[in-house]
Design a protein around this ligand. Structure first.
Ligand code: SF4
Length: 349
């Protein structure tokens, strides 16, 4: 990852949040195009039944963990099951789809020479990237199926323009030369747990310091929720550390919805803490996978959940559990439960 970058300026050690309001959960949670792609694929190893007349995916146990799916399990274990094991379809949302579009624009802008990375140039990329998105994910077209005059689409695209424009008030792409964009990373811990994800941008300073950057199209969280927002970034930092043996110098969340930047300079102890957390989380997921017990955890975020029709909290019934179940828990899993790793409340910290 050789390249110059905007200087990675050292500041303190703590996170800095400048946004007065937390964003709408749907917006904040799905800021990354990468994350959206992940949501549509599965972290379970899934094979297609062939030769038997059977169609559709065959679910098997989850095999890896990403920040998004870890977040799902911490939010609601049943939601994790629906997404990763049952792979229930989800409707595209305007906010998530706009997040994908804006991410694509910011990524592609760096194809241009530095001096040409202007706001007008970035905005001019929007129509083409929208066309590409519709080609690659035809289901997004249904977002505007009831909009024959194109008024809602025009407003939606105008908001995408505003988000792109705001980015230029937060970062200067003419001074950036990312080492990586939309970087897929994956590593396996000694326990066998595979961690994976897609990092929006990696900058490497001439001195070798690494900065991990993630764009969010929502608003910055309130300071008391900053730890949750940073969980994803520490997850990536852990993976980078494991892959490159380098602790990233800075983690940076760029909130285009509110015009805020949240930064955190991690130390090794942060990454070790996240690793312990993920191992406990993974044990809890394995236990739920084995027993088939996936508890719903209703919160105000249920309002953004596509699966209320299958959720007992809303009078629904989950589909038949597609995996074999066992009745008793092995000792190592119970040990993880006693650390708070099972389906009790799990915070990101
Ligand atoms: S509606 Fe709420 S409780 Fe039910 S699965 Fe979705 S997030 Fe979980």
């Amino acid at each position: 990852m050789e390249s110059s970058s905007e200087d990675v300026v050292p500041v303190g050690g703590g996170g800095v949040v400048e946004g007065p309001e937390g964003g709408a959960p749907g917006e904040v949670a799905v800021g990354s195009g990468a994350v959206i792609s992940e949501a549509l694929s599965s972290e379970a190893v899934v094979s297609q039944a062939v030769g038997s007349g059977a169609v559709g995916p065959v679910a098997v146990a989850p095999a890896s963990l990403s920040p998004s799916r870890a977040g799902d399990f911490m939010q609601c274990p049943l939601l994790y099951r629906f997404r990763v094991i049952d792979r229930l379809p989800e409707k595209p949302s305007p906010a998530a789809t706009r997040g994908t579009l804006v991410h694509a624009v910011l990524e592609r802008l760096f194809d241009a020479p530095a001096a040409e990375r202007t706001a007008p140039r970035a905005k001019s990329l929007i129509p083409g990237q929208w066309d590409r998105l519709r080609e690659s994910r035809p289901e997004v077209v249904e977002l505007f199926a009831d909009d024959p005059e194109g008024e809602r689409l025009a407003g939606w695209l105008a908001e995408a323009e505003r988000l792109v424009e705001r980015w230029f008030t937060l970062e200067d792409p003419t001074r950036l030369e990312p080492a990586e964009r939309e970087l897929f990373v994956e590593t396996e811990l000694e326990s066998g747990l595979r961690l994976r994800g897609i990092i929006d941008r990696v900058d490497v300073a001439p001195t070798g310091e690494v900065r991990i950057v993630d764009y969010k199209t929502g608003k910055a969280p309130r300071p008391e929720y900053a730890e949750g927002a940073l969980f994803q970034m520490k997850f990536y930092a852990l993976v980078v550390w494991r892959l490159k043996n380098v602790v990233p110098r800075r983690l940076q969340l760029v909130y285009l919805g509110s015009g805020d930047v949240l930064t955190y300079d991690p130390v090794l102890a942060d990454l070790e803490r996240v690793e312990r957390k993920l191992l406990a989380l993974w044990e809890a997921i394995r236990e739920a996978t084995r027993t088939g017990e996936w508890r719903p955890r209703p919160t105000k975020l249920c309002g953004w959940c596509d699966h209320q029709a299958h959720c007992p909290e809303f009078g629904g019934t989950p589909p038949p559990y597609p995996l074999a179940v066992a009745s008793s828990a092995p000792e190592p899993v119970r040990a993880a439960e006693s650390e708070g790793g099972a389906q009790g409340r799990m915070g990101p910290g």
